[in-house]
Design a protein around this ligand. Structure first.
Ligand code: ADP
Ligand code: MG
Length: 698
């Protein structure tokens, strides 16, 4: 099952395929062995591959008015040749042809590279049609094409394909035209008719034609719309089927927890739950109670109170007679969680233990033994928890924190410990809704979208590097008030390539600046785990007042006395990550501050800094981040598990994604989906994708 999550290309690959289409491309008259070899380098093997090799953009040949074209945009214009063309060679094969053209009231210069043969065709006062990039400042079009004569007879759009090796765009256009004219009629429908009707989608054949040979913008849109839906629908069909099967066919246990004890526990907490916490606790409780296995993602901004929710769930599971486990990505975090869970749960007689790779020897043996005997109620640890030697007596609930750092594989191993334990994944990285329903489409999602009352919002400022002195003054002020400061840098050491402040340099500078007054510590990923830990401990004990660090402090650590964070080269981080970093301060009752030291060059970079100073809402930031950076970069470390769609775009087409998700979800819940012949191809598809096993079909 895991494999279907990793699969890269999405779509209705295997449904209703005419056997003629899965022949080699050489079945197309006009494509020979040689061309087939070239196409193979582009991963195009069959006729179907060729027909579904869609353009990545379109050349727009509709005539435009230069007055309405922005700088750097591509444009097609018609004009009169206003000067003799001049041709200059440089190198043996490279040339540059320049000619003045009068376009409306603009006298512009047109530059053409490496098309010297055009020189003799361009005649003074004749009309030409030019397509290229408009440089508004210099009034120049760098043209990719120049056609003698006016634009009439031109197509509106010409597809542009990604090409490789010796295949040219013109070549692939020709191949696709041949393939479509000979095999277009063999393209059959792959979507259930009801959706075609409901959304007035083009049939598959027409949609293929519209994407390759659009007559106008409307056709292009319609072709795209159909394939966006198709890709999302088939992707979601897998996700929703997986979700249903995981829920129903994995025999979970119904945990009969003790409600009155649970209420007593909740009342013992030093605060009232927020409305959002209550809601997600209810969602989790009904999962525990149900005979299905919980597979739930809990999202909540830093400080929204997820740990309390985890404690409540673990407590409830214990009253039903089960052990629980909490898995986190780092040792420091494990320790902090162990501490806070102990303080909440031990007064109620629950035994919590910490297991990390630094717990060794007899102590480790004892813990493992007591865990097997069922004397330990809650085990907290790093990925050490998924090692084989760790055996539970009766594991009922597994919670992982910051789950996106664990891969799909690890998520599964953990779940396989014990007999179908309920699983809750917690994350403080607010994942935009669109990504959440894509990457975690097979899970239920709970969201804590409310902060405990009385929290002071962190004040965030954006400062240019030349204002460093003032920032240092600001730090002095906080430090002299007895507070502590984080300083974050993107890299550890100096690098020739990247002109960024590095932690080691910054540490040296600040040591010098605060010499004799405050202690400055350094932490980064290349330190030994023990060293990291001792630095972190020293900071949490206020033995160090200023902590210079790379992003290793990012997750979860809690030092409420730290009220200020300075982030160097802030433009190098994603918004979600900046927000996560910023969440290290503002954990006490004092006003906290975050200073972004940054001099972004691009507009997008400036925009991102501005957004950071304007909002503290992690979800809003993450939506924005996704919009600005795209899904591939969203998780920073190139988190896998994101499907790649050929036509669809998760960000811009998110409405279609939601629609497809609802449709797929309703469909897999319906009886007819599992029994009627109409859906046999879809069930075959799920089987082939590894979601269904043969015998589970009826
Ligand atoms: P998260 O894990 O979501 O970042 P925590 O669970 O660590 O957040 O909670 C952050 C802080 O807020 C903790 O000190 C916790 O005790 C406190 N807290 C949690 N829930 C509430 C609440 N409902 N009201 C007030 N404080 C709360
Ligand atoms: Mg937390």
């Amino acid at each position: 099952m895991a494999d279907c999550l990793k699969e890269k290309t999405i779509g209705s690959r295997s449904i209703n395929v005419n056997p003629n289409l899965i022949q080699s491309v050489t079945a197309v008259k006009g494509i020979g062995e040689e061309s087939a070899e070239l196409l193979a380098e582009m991963n195009i093997y069959t006729v179907k591959d060729l027909l579904e090799y869609f353009p990545y953009r379109y050349e727009d040949y509709r005539l435009k008015d230069l007055a309405e074209i922005k700088h750097d945009e591509r444009v097609t214009v018609e004009g009169k040749v206003h000067s003799e063309p001049s041709l200059a060679y440089y190198g043996r094969k490279r040339s540059r042809l320049t000619v003045r053209v009068l376009v409306g009231r603009y006298l512009i210069q047109v530059i053409l590279f490496n098309q010297p043969y055009l020189k003799n065709k361009i005649v003074l006062n004749e009309t030409v049609t030019v397509t290229g990039k408009w440089d508004q400042h210099r009034q120049v079009i760098t043209a990719s094409e120049l056609k003698i004569g006016n634009a009439s007879g031109n197509k509106d759009f010409e597809p542009v394909y990604a090409v490789k090796g010796n295949v040219s765009v013109k070549g692939i256009r020709r191949f696709i035209k041949l393939a479509f004219s000979q095999h277009g009629n063999e393209i059959s429908e792959t979507l259930p008719e009801k959706y075609l009707l409901q959304y007035r989608l083009l049939n598959r054949r027409d949609a293929v034609r519209s994407l390759h040979f659009p007559a106008d913008e409307q056709e292009l849109k319609q072709g795209r719309r159909r394939f966006v839906y198709e890709e999302f629908f088939y992707f979601q069909l897998k996700m929703q089927a997986l979700r249903k099967i995981e829920r129903e066919q994995s025999k979970g246990v119904a945990q009969a927890y003790d409600l009155s004890k649970l209420m007593e526990f909740i009342d013992s907490l030093p605060f009232d739950l927020t409305g959002a916490q209550k809601r997600v606790v209810n969602e989790i409780m009904s999962d525990l109670k149900s005979p299905y296995r919980m597979n739930r993602l809990l999202q909540g901004d830093v400080g929204s109170g997820k740990t309390a929710v985890a404690a409540i769930a673990l407590f409830a599971s214990r009253t039903a007679g089960f052990q629980g486990a909490l898995m986190v990505p780092t040792e420091i975090l494990a320790e902090q969680h162990a501490e806070s869970l102990k303080s909440m749960l031990e007064p109620f007689g629950l035994r919590c233990e910490l297991l990390t790779s630094s717990v060794k020897g007899k102590r480790r043996k004892d813990i493992l033994q007591h865990l097997r005997d069922g004397e330990i109620d809650i085990l907290i640890g790093t990925h050490a928890l998924i090692q084989e030697e760790v055996e539970f007596n009766k594991l009922g609930l597994v919670i992982t924190d910051e789950q996106h750092r664990f891969g799909v594989g690890q998520r599964r191993i953990l779940r396989e410990k014990g007999e179908n334990p309920d699983v809750l994944f917690m994350t403080a990285t607010p994942i935009p809704r669109t990504l959440a329903i894509t990457v975690f489409g097979e899970m239920d999602v709970s969201i804590i979208d409310e902060m405990p009352a009385g929290r002071k919002a962190i004040e965030t400022y954006w400062a240019k590097p030349e204002m460093l002195d003032r920032v240092l003054g600001f730090m002095d002020k906080e430090l002299s008030a007895g507070q502590q400061v984080y300083v974050i840098c993107p890299l550890i050491e100096e690098s020739d390539k990247l002109d960024v402040q590095n932690a080691i340099d910054v540490h040296a500078t600040l040591m010098h600046h605060f010499h004799g007054r405050y202690d400055v510590g350094l932490m980064h990923g290349r330190l030994h785990p023990e060293e990291k830990e001792s630095v972190m401990k020293a900071f949490s004990r206020n033995e160090i007042q200023v902590l210079v660090s790379t992003t290793v402090v990012e997750v979860g650590v809690n030092v409420p006395n730290a009220t200020m964070m300075v982030i160097y080269d802030a433009e190098r981080f994603g918004l979600a990550q900046l927000h996560q970093l910023r969440g290290r301060v503002g954990r006490g009752d004092k006003q906290s501050f975050c200073v972004l030291l940054s001099d972004p060059k691009s507009e997008v970079g400036k925009e991102r800094m501005k957004i950071m100073t304007e909002t503290n809402d992690g979800f809003a930031l993450s939506e924005k981040d996704l919009e600005l950076r795209g899904p591939g970069d969203f998780f920073g470390r190139k988190q896998s598990g994101l499907p790649e769609f050929k036509v669809a775009d998760m960000v811009h087409d998110y409405r279609a994604l939601e629609t497809a998700r609802n449709d797929a979800s309703m469909l897999v819940e319906s009886d007819e989906f599992w029994h009627s012949d109409e859906y046999l191809p879809l069930r075959e598809y799920l089987k082939e994708a590894g979601v269904l096993e043969g015998e589970k079909l009826d």
